[in-house]
Design a binder for this molecule. Structure first.
Ligand code: KG4
Ligand code: ZN
Length: 385
């Protein structure tokens, strides 16, 4: 069984092709077109600008993915009905893409309305994420669904982050690699959550952030320090170089560290950093390194603390970490050293947004497949796991 997966929940246009044989899922091809250099100039992601980029990139990224997988669309043989069927399809696609002239033209010219593709389903992220960018992916999936006559599997982006740990080599994924029930720490630009994974498809959110997500805090502190977007990797670099030469000073607070729950709060920590930088000279490189390190220590400390607490209370078989912040070296080191149950971290190329994780999630949810005009296919910015 083959699935073509599409992910456009934020600023990465990602498409992957995956095949399942028996219990094992193989990645046939995967491409991510990042918009970082564009958003870098503005210090963050503007949803409408991001959407325009997706609309431009979707067809080229699809073509590259199909060519990498050596799977091409085939021109359908013409018969007496083909002209009529082509016109009906075109009318449906025009309706779906009535506000996306560029995407419509790219599809008509580069993919072709009367083509077929040897896949079983199309998978697409429907949330959580930025509604305009989610819609770009969803409408693209709908158009392809009409052309190739394949059903669409709607996918939850955060479920994708959870299943990204199911591979140890980046090519093969297998649910047998992880024992359930698991505890999952989800840390991204939009989310900070501790989730109990009772079974694949059965989740319970134990705690989440009350305000900013941890990745968002990294991005905001990076802005305060005039570092480029996205801030996580930049802060992490400065923090690491400081940590190599200096002891921690614990300048910043650990909000909610001792609250009687599994919730988080990051806006107070960011504000403390802001006050500190107003009273100290951050044009000085050493001060910037100190701030980055002290912020990172505090931000990661809370994650580790609450994760340990949840592990003690729920006694899971393992820990799963997912989301962009799972790339953070300090977090990875601390979890490896301090968590005494098996800890599954995504490979580095699977920490950020990608379509492989959307495809893997889709294979677990083939029963949710729907036709292109289903109500299930709408952007849900705040979709919960
Ligand atoms: O999962 P993701 O790629 O997109 C969302 O779904 O949000 O996560 C992006 C977030 C950004 O806030 C980025 O700054 C953060 O992940 N991030 C990091 C690191 N790499 C990316 N945060 C801390 N340390 C890193 N090395
Ligand atoms: Zn993400």
């Amino acid at each position: 069984m083959k699935i073509l997966a599409i992910e456009t929940s934020c600023d990465d246009t990602a498409i992957a092709l995956l095949e399942k044989k028996g219990e094992s899922i193989k990645v046939l091809a995967s491409n991510v077109s990042s918009q970082i250099s564009l958003h870098n100039q503005y210090g963050g992601v503007f949803p409408m600008m991001a959407k325009r980029e997706h609309v431009k990139n979707l067809v080229p990224v699809l073509k590259k993915t199909l060519s990498d997988a050596q799977l091409d669309t085939k021109q359908k043989e013409k018969n007496i009905f083909s002209g009529i069927s082509k016109n009906i399809k075109l009318a449906k696609i025009k309706k779906v893409l009535r506000r996306e002239e560029v995407l419509l033209q790219n599809i008509v010219n580069e993919i072709g309305i009367d083509t077929s593709l040897d896949i079983d389903y199309i998978a697409v992220t429907v949330g959580p994420g930025l509604p305009p960018t989610l819609w770009a992916g969803i409408n693209f999936a709908k158009a392809l669904s009409v052309i190739w006559n394949k059903k669409i599997i709607p996918v939850n982006h955060m479920h994708g982050h959870i299943v990204s740990v199911l591979s140890t080599d980046g090519t093969f994924f297998n649910t047998n690699n992880v024992e359930l029930p698991a505890l999952s720490l989800l840390v991204s630009g939009g989310h900070t959550e501790i989730v109990l994974v009772k079974d694949w498809g059965e989740y319970k959110i134990l705690g989440k952030t009350k305000d900013d997500a941890v990745g968002e805090a990294f991005d905001k502190v990076a802005r305060i320090l005039s570092l480029p977007y996205p801030g996580g990797p930049e802060i992490s670099k400065l923090a690491d170089s400081h940590r190599q030469h200096h002891e921690a000073q614990n300048i910043f607070p650990r909000p909610m560290a001792h609250s009687d729950d599994y919730d988080f709060s990051y806006s107070g920590l960011k504000t403390s950093v802001l006050y500190y930088t107003k009273e100290n000279d951050i044009s000085n490189e050493d001060t910037r390194k100190l701030v980055a390190r002290e912020f990172e220590d505090a931000a990661i400390d809370i994650l580790v603390l609450k994760t340990k607490k949840a592990i003690e209370a729920f006694d899971p078989k393992c820990l799963i970490v997912g989301g962009g912040v799972s790339a953070n070296k300090h977090l990875r080191d601390r979890l490896k050293n301090e968590i005494d149950i098996p800890t599954h971290l995504p490979l580095h190329n699977l920490t950020g947004d990608n379509a492989v994780m959307i495809g893997v999630s889709a294979f677990m949810n083939t029963k949710k497949a729907v036709p292109w005009n289903s109500q299930a296919l709408h952007a849900q910015g705040n979709l919960s796991i």
